[in-house]
Every structure is written in C-alpha cells, then in structure tokens.
Design a protein around this ligand. Structure first.
Ligand SMILES: [Zn+2]
Length: 283
C-alpha cells in the first residue's frame, strides 16, 4: 500500500507530465510558436540587389499544429497548397542573375503571403474546388494569429532585403499556375502580370517574341483585378521599384532540368527588359 508521501509524489509527477505535454501541445497548436525563420527564407542575400526575387508560394508545408488543415495528402501536395516548380525556377534565376531570393516556407493555405490581411482569400476556405476544413469558420483571433505568425514576418524580411536595393532595382515575383482550372485547359504558357506600375511588364511583353515561342500573355491567367498584385504594389511600386509578376504554367517546369531552362530564358529576357527601362528611370 502506498504511503501518503508516495501518493503525493505520484500526483506531482503526473501533474508535471501533464504540464509538459500541454506545453508541447500548445506549441504545436499555436501558430505564433512558428519562428520567423520557419516562415520566410532568403537565398543569396549577399548578391546583387539590382534585382530582388520573391516566391511567395514556394512551399506546401503545413506546420503540424494545423493538422493538415483537414486536407488529405493529395490536396496537400497539389497546386492548391503551393506553386509547384516555382521555387526551382526562382532559385535558378537567382543564381543566373546573382539576385537575392525571398521565399515563403509555409503553404499559402495557412496564409497567402501575396494577399493583404483584409482579403477573404488570404486564408481561403475554398481553393479552386477544394474545401479547406481547417480554414472554415475561423475566428477573428485565429485569423489574426496567422497574420502575425506568417504574413508579418514575411513582409518584414522582404522589406529588409529591399532596404539594401538601389533606387533603380526591380522586384520580380515568380509563380506557377495549373494547366487546367475549373475544368478549363489554359493555353497561356507564361503570364506577365503587373499592378499599379506596368513599366516592366510592358517592357517584357515588347521583347517576348525575341526570347520565346511560348504563348505569353499580359495579365493572364490572373490580373490585378484578382488581387494578385499585393506584393508588387506594396514592396515594388510604393518603394519606387519597377516590378513584374511572372506566372509559369506548371507543366513546363515539372523537372529540375526544365526549371533551369526556364530560368535561363527568363534571365536574358528580364535583363533586356530592365535595361529598356533605364532611360526612363534616370530621366
Ligand atoms: Zn502563386
């Protein structure tokens, strides 16, 4: 039979174990437990800041505390969770241009870093045709936690990198899109998008035919009306930097080799388009 002392000791051990378990559970369940280094990363930070690359939708990582947002493995790996191939292109482009690359490390389903906090689709309850149970009926507090845990550190880190850029630098964001959307095949292969400042997008469109035989369209398959120019406007236009968003159909960049080839194409194209802006910028 246990003595009173032994029973008290058991209670203390059990209580301590519960506190430790709850603490780790809280860490897993608490978005704010994410550190800034877990939500945003920078490659080639010592590179040439005349071009700053951004890839907001680089990762499909859903931190454990979000329990996969209630999605099956297939959905978690599909384009609804990220932009497949975009990071590979952006990395290779950063290498080819010696440019810093700022990229998101958390799935856009947790928080879409190319959307402001007030946008409904910053934390989408439905993405294309996929319902996201973990985002349904979020409280304002839970939504605000994601803003603080993912959006703000991403913005701060990007602004820090841009702070080292010269006045005539260009901001270039790299994305990919799915070949079939809502059952419709998309014929656009590369989309060149702009927000408030169309200069670099227009310069790229003017030179498209010299660099590629691909089907290139302006503001397609998305455009400013879809709210996709958030990063461009906030970090590009408002800092006076020329900017453009490049959307690549993801079947064109489904291997490392194809990602590198796409980056080579884009680097020459971008260099010329940026050079075309120079007289305008210096005048
Ligand atoms: Zn994207």
């Amino acid at each position: 039979m246990a003595t009173a002392h032994e029973e008290n000791f058991s209670v203390i051990i059990l209580t301590a174990a519960t506190i430790v378990k709850n603490y780790f559970q809280m860490l897993l369940d608490e978005p704010n437990a994410l550190t800034p280094d877990q939500v945003v990363a920078v490659l080639n930070e010592s590179g040439d800041h005349r071009v700053i690359l951004v890839c907001e939708h680089a990762s499909n990582w859903i931190p454990a505390g979000f329990k996969g947002l209630g999605l099956d493995a297939l959905a978690q790996h599909s384009h609804v969770a990220w932009d497949p191939g975009a990071l590979g292109v952006a990395e290779a482009l950063g290498g080819a241009m010696n440019a810093p690359l700022v990229f998101g490390c958390v799935s856009r389903l947790v928080y879409d870093c190319n959307r402001p906090p007030e946008a409904d689709d910053a934390v989408p309850a439905v993405s294309e045709v996929t319902a996201v149970p973990g985002n349904a009926d979020l409280t304002a507090a839970a939504r605000a936690e994601r803003v603080d845990a993912v959006y703000r550190p991403f913005r701060q880190r990007l602004e820090q990198v841009i702070g080292r850029a010269p006045a005539d630098a260009a901001l270039v964001t790299v994305h990919s899109f799915t070949p079939t959307y809502h059952g419709q095949k998309r014929t656009t292969e590369i989309g060149i998008l702009h927000g408030e400042d169309p200069r670099l997008a227009d310069a790229m469109m003017a030179r498209a035919g010299q660099h590629t035989g691909r089907c290139v369209r302006l503001n397609d398959p998305y455009g400013p009306k879809d709210g996709v120019a958030h990063t461009l406007d906030l970090h590009g236009s408002r800092n006076g930097l020329a900017n453009v968003m490049i959307e690549i159909r993801n079947d064109l960049i489904d291997s490392k080799n194809r990602q590198i080839k796409m980056a080579q194409l884009l680097s020459g194209w971008l260099r010329e388009a940026i050079a075309d802006l120079a007289p305008e910028v210096s005048s």
